[in-house]
Design a protein around this ligand. Structure first.
Ligand code: SF4
Length: 361
């Protein structure tokens, strides 16, 4: 075993965090925790993971879980598309593979929604397969070990890192080695102020020796942020204190649940449609909301369509089709709405609406 791997494994044996999915090797748990951890911090993932596997203890439970329950179990983790992918993958395993988990990296790649990274984590941890797991933490550690201050983020740079990690993986304990690399990046080799004095591979680290840690890896080239102007439509049935929310099936924030969103450019058309309805009063709330998602900088206002005091028709007749909005909307009482919304943007919108109501009352 190479010296670097040996030192890393010895360090990992004593210092790894006792996470719930590390207590014993379990393919289902490894898969779920890996998908949960992809864009969410461990502090959020740990309690959610325990709750998730308590309610859905097997791949069969996940495959047959209804959307409502899945949303509840996933709420707070964000990026709900990941839960959908897990559910799709579980269905595939149950329906096409009789509930047997794939046993190798290549076979895991055939599971819907499972990419090379997830496949590599599962294959190395659960089947001791010698495949490299390269996440952001590992890129940082390798860049520093090799003092790479250029060309790390291009596809050729990424495959060079992948190759380097693959060469470092020992025959014994490939899964532990991959976890040790990720753990080192997460707990010692921090982005800023790495704890080099505690690092097990300090002697092997070229960036430390050459005093160039700050520039390894180089900054990720940023994509220019795109400004998006939106209106969130809140249709409020005053008598029952319910609001309309939608499964946004297409457009911005597709595959999430929240308030119908209207592009600023289409808002005058939408207003005309809503104003033509006798039973709804239309207001544009004065406050704005803002939110950033990946490279989108969103700014918006709330368009409140409020039921008049004594409506003669029900607001069921809101002409969603004319508004070019998703058809699958439904009414939710205000007391339950926070548990239904699946994005931080919708929560901000709802808070703004509540503030407005508090001031108005
Ligand atoms: S010596 Fe410092 S920079 Fe190098 S791998 Fe260890 S923690 Fe990271």
């Amino acid at each position: 075993m190479n010296q670097c791997a040996e030192k890393l494994l010895a360090w990992y044996d004593h210092h790894h965090r006792p996470l719930p999915w590390r207590q014993e090797i379990n393919i289902y748990h490894t898969w779920v925790c890996e998908v949960m951890s992809q864009q969410t911090t461990l502090a959020v993932v740990v309690p959610k993971f325990s709750e998730f596997v308590k309610h859905l203890p097997t791949v069969y439970d996940l495959a047959t879980c209804d959307e409502e329950k899945l949303r509840q179990l996933w709420s707070g983790l964000g990026y709900y598309a990941r839960a959908r992918n897990l559910n799709k993958g579980a269905k595939f395993i149950v329906e096409q593979l009789d509930g047997y988990f794939p046993q190798s990296y290549c076979e895991w790649l055939k599971i819907p929604g499972c990419g090379p990274y997830t496949a590599s984590v599962i294959a190395s941890i659960c089947f001791n397969e010698k495949v490299a797991c390269v996440d952001g933490n590992v890129v940082r550690v390798v860049s520093r070990l090799l003092a790479l201050s250029k060309d790390v983020w291009s596809s050729s740079g990424q495959s060079a890192i992948q190759t380097h990690v693959a060469q470092m993986i020992p025959e014994e304990r490939p899964g532990d080695f991959n976890q040790a690399m990720m753990e080192l990046g997460a707990t010692v080799c921090h982005k800023s102020k790495p704890l080099c004095l505690l690092c097990p591979v300090q002697q092997q680290c070229l960036a430390f020796a050459q005093n160039c840690i700050e520039s390894c890896p180089p900054r990720k080239p940023r994509r220019d942020a795109v400004d998006v102007e939106l209106f969130a439509l809140l249709v409020w049935r005053k008598a029952t204190d319910t609001l309309a929310i939608a499964n946004r099936t297409k457009g911005f924030l597709s595959n999430t649940v929240g308030f119908p969103l209207i592009a600023a450019i289409e808002v005058s058309e939408a207003k005309k449609v809503l104003q033509s309805l006798q039973d709804l009063q239309l207001f544009e709330l004065p406050s704005r909301f803002s939110h950033s998602i990946t490279h989108h900088r969103i700014s918006g206002k709330i368009l409140l369509a409020q039921e008049v005091e004594n409506p003669s028709i029900t607001t069921e007749s809101v002409p969603w089709r004319k508004l070019s909005l998703p058809q699958s909307f439904y009414w939710v009482s205000r007391s339950l709405i926070a548990s239904k919304l699946s994005t931080a943007l919708d929560n901000k919108v709802f808070k703004l609406f509540q503030n407005y109501q508090d001031k108005a009352s």
